[in-house]
Design a protein around this ligand. Structure first.
Ligand code: 5AD
Ligand code: SF4
Length: 431
């Protein structure tokens, strides 16, 4: 059996896809690069924004001719599947399988059933972390996501994830540590602990800071990171762990979403801009060389020009290394969809999006310029895709560095930075 697998969305979907990929190959299936050459085509879809969902629907729809020719089996998996359920079969006639994140362990058997003539299989399940046990640690990636929390128990007004992935379920620490150890034995160099709100991790009082301290006892992993953190769930103890060991990443993804208190309150984010700034200051005071990243939503219902400008000011004040900027997208049955009118015109959202990207680009350049003349520690990932002769890697605070000099994947080298763009620092290995 040959299968094609495509993923969109965040690290959760990516990890889910990676695990399924490993399971299918263990069963002797072969992964191919094009849906034209396969027996089964699987798509992990993200439900956070409507536009992304529609793109994947039209992409899947375009396989109609191939399906007729090759008897192709087509599956849509992940968050969108859980949300839209059987409606997807109506929307996309071509679909044979719809499986939510909590039912992925049943996918391989369902594919066999479909080959044997079953029709329109809908697999839904409660999100459960036992799926992670199927991970093939013998195929350790260079940089590995390790799930510590699945789902999310927050109530951000715009967000569909708690409906798509359910409330937060924390994995027992022993299970996480066992996985990290196995990955390390098999050659993984970087471990990134993931959760929708990973810093809120708490297992019978054992917190993310405790988990990181125990993970740091495992040898072989050269860098430990974590994403994503809600601004109210980080604290000094966590920052102290980040500062305590040079194997800890000095990068904090702390989505602000808006620079306006009124919008933050409508979004139900549970913090004010002042509190956000205090958290940023505390983090920077405790963690040397810390870089921060954020997410922003522009055009949230009722957002005025002034409130949008406040987001701009926040980017300037915090000088984020990068920000992911999104146009508000109304999602079914979210609090915002039920209570607020999506009243910022599409054109205006687009303008605000471009403006904020520009402001962020200026901030990114400022952060990069600080590196010029400095020697930075880089974990080498391999050859740079563009120049081929040069190598690339990232610093401990997540700057992308492209450099010349002797090094191989997995090495840790010192690079002297000579020139920068908003996204990349260029330099030469000094040792
Ligand atoms: N519209 C636009 N952006 C959204 N995000 C989440 N939900 C929505 C939505 N309905 C963004 C947030 C979040 C990131 C993963 O996606 O900024 O942090
Ligand atoms: Fe990830 Fe959320 Fe998109 Fe699912 S809906 S893929 S959890 S961003």
């Amino acid at each position: 059996m040959r299968y094609y697998l495509e993923v969109s969305g965040c690290q959760m979907n990516r990890l889910d896809a990676e695990i399924l990929d490993g399971v299918l190959r263990r069963r002797g299936w072969e992964r191919v690069r094009s849906p034209k050459e396969c027996d089964v085509a699987l798509f992990f879809a993200c439900s956070v924004r409507r536009h992304a969902e529609e793109k994947i629907y039209s992409h899947i729809g375009s396989l109609k001719n191939i399906k007729q020719r090759n008897n192709l089996i087509v599956g849509l998996l992940g968050c969108t599947a859980q949300l839209e359920k059987e409606n997807l079969f109506k929307r996309l006639e071509i679909l044979d399988l719809v499986a939510g994140p909590g039912a992925l362990r049943d996918v391989p058997d369902a594919l066999i059933d479909l080959q044997n003539g079953a029709k329109e299989l809908l697999l839904l399940g409660k999100e459960n972390t036992s799926y992670d046990k199927l991970r093939r640690c013998d195929e350790a990636p260079f940089s590995a996501y390790v799930r510590v929390v699945s789902g999310c128990s927050r109530n951000c007004a715009y967000c569909v994830v708690p409906r798509a992935r359910g409330r937060a379920i924390e994995r027992p620490p022993e299970e996480v540590l066992c996985e990290v150890e196995a990955l390390s034995k098999n050659g993984t160099k970087e471990v990134i602990l993931i959760g929708q709100d990973v810093s809120a991790y708490s297992y019978n009082g054992y917190k993310l800071a405790d988990l990181l301290r125990d993970a740091l006892k495992i040898e072989g992993i050269v860098r430990f990171g974590f994403v994503t953190s809600h601004p109210t769930s980080v604290n000094e103890r966590l920052f102290e762990v980040m500062a305590s060991d040079e194997r800890m990443s000095r990068y904090l993804h702390l989505p602000a979403q808006s620079g306006s208190d009124r919008i933050l309150s409508l979004m139900r984010r549970n913090y004010t801009v002042k509190e956000y700034l205090e958290t940023v200051n505390t983090a920077r005071r405790i963690v040397p060389e810390l870089e921060l990243a954020s997410d922003f939503i522009v055009g949230f219902p009722t957002e005025t020009e002034e409130e949008f400008e406040a987001s701009r000011r926040l980017i300037k004040e915090c000088v984020f290394l990068n920000s992911f900027i999104f146009k508000y997208s109304e999602r079914p049955n979210t609090l915002a969809a039920l209570k607020l009118k999506d009243d910022v015109p599409a054109k205006e959202k687009q303008r605000r999006n471009i403006e904020l990207l520009k402001t962020q680009e200026e901030a990114s350049l400022l952060r990069k310029q600080r590196l010029i003349g400095q020697k930075v520690r880089v974990l080498v990932e391999g050859y740079d895709k563009k120049s081929k002769k040069k190598m690339t890697g990232r610093t401990w605070n997540n700057h992308i560095v492209v450099f010349e000099g002797e090094a191989k994947r997995g090495d840790v080298v010192l690079v002297e930075v000579e020139r920068v763009t908003p996204l990349v620092a260029f330099g030469t290995v000094v040792c």
